[in-house]
Ligand binder design. Structure first.
Ligand SMILES: [Zn+2]
Length: 90
């Protein structure tokens, strides 16, 4: 798990689709392998390919901190898994 948090921080999902607003996410303290964009309230983490493939946009997703989140989209393959973007849903 700790290896997954090494390397460049992933691009924010918003930046992926808006080329004028490319920016990277920041590692979340105390949660290795989890990143966040505080500007867009977006999180990302790496799941193994099987777990990632079972998820679709809008699916409920338990967040790293135990809150309920929702899947936003899938990202790049990375560290032997797939990056998944999610956000907190109230
Ligand atoms: Zn962002």
């Amino acid at each position: 798990m700790e290896q997954q948090s090494s390397g460049p921080n992933p691009l924010c999902e918003v930046g992926r689709t808006h080329s004028r607003d490319r920016h990277r996410m920041k590692p979340v303290e105390d949660y290795p392998g989890v990143w966040e964009c505080s500007r867009h309230d977006m999180f990302a983490r790496i799941l193994d390919d099987e777990a990632a493939a079972a998820l679709n946009r809008g699916d409920v997703f338990p967040m790293h901190d135990g809150r309920q989140g929702v899947i936003v989209r899938h990202g790049d393959e990375r560290g032997g898994g797939t990056l998944v973007y999610y956000r907190f849903e109230e």
